[in-house]
Write a protein of this length. Structure first.
Length: 232
């Protein structure tokens, strides 16, 4: 009964009986708005600080703006496999990959988290919608068999061991759809050095679209990589 009466009184105050309530209500609304604004600013600052202190230092990769050949050890990876053009399926595949990765114990996260990778075991003549994308996150050797979450239709998940040996690499800075000249430059370098491509096209995504703040495509950083061997 008291709550009903109070509701009537407040309703009256907002209409004709008590105009004096308006300044109080407006003041409360202003305070709520100020609190909301301050909370939003605190969250934004916290995210900026988090990114500043957890984002990896990518300066060491700038030397790869010129192609190079190096020796790489085998790498255990968590893999999600999907068929389809990367611009259509990659977001879902990486989403499932990260979900599974963060569900594991004993893997590095935050600043020490490795960059995701992708492989495409296809011929240049195959239509992109028929590409088989192998999306991966490097794992420590200590990770053994684990229970995986159920995947959406068309996606599979497993742990694999990627072999490398000698690998040719180059750093691409810019949008993914502008990689072709960089890929061609790497392939020409491989040929000039007396090597042949001995494995699948691989990419390592050092900097991509971003989670909280958009990253300009012109600032994306991707290592393009091919396993290679000396020409007979």
């Amino acid at each position: 009964m008291h709550l009903f009466v109070l509701h009537l009184l407040l309703s009256s105050a907002k209409t004709t009986f008590s105009i004096s309530h308006f300044p109080i209500e407006e003041s409360l609304m202003n305070k709520k708005g100020l609190i909301t604004l301050l909370a939003a600013l605190i969250i934004i600052v916290a995210v900026i600080i988090f990114q500043k202190f957890t984002a990896p230092d990518l300066s060491s990769y700038l030397a790869l703006k010129d192609p190079a050949i190096s020796s790489m050890k085998p790498q255990k990876v968590l893999v999600v496999e999907a068929r389809g053009a990367p611009d259509k399926i990659a977001k879902q595949a990486f989403g499932q990959l990260f979900k599974a990765y963060y569900g594991l114990t004993g893997v590095p996260k935050g600043r020490g988290m490795p960059a995701p990778r992708g492989r495409w075991p296809i011929s240049d003549s195959v239509s992109p919608d028929q590409w088989i994308g192998i999306y991966a996150m490097p794992l420590p050797d200590t990770i053994k068999e684990v229970r995986f979450p159920e995947m959406p239709k068309g996606l599979t998940i497993k742990i694999a061991l990627w072999q490398y040996g000698e690998a040719a690499e180059i750093l691409h800075i810019g949008p993914y759809d502008k990689e072709a000249p960089t890929v061609e430059r790497l392939r020409k370098f491989i040929e000039e050095k007396g090597y042949v491509i001995a494995g699948e096209h691989e990419e390592e995504y050092l900097r991509g679209p971003g989670l909280f703040f958009k990253v300009k495509p012109s600032k994306y950083m991707t290592i393009i990589r091919y396993p290679v061997r000396k020409r007979p």
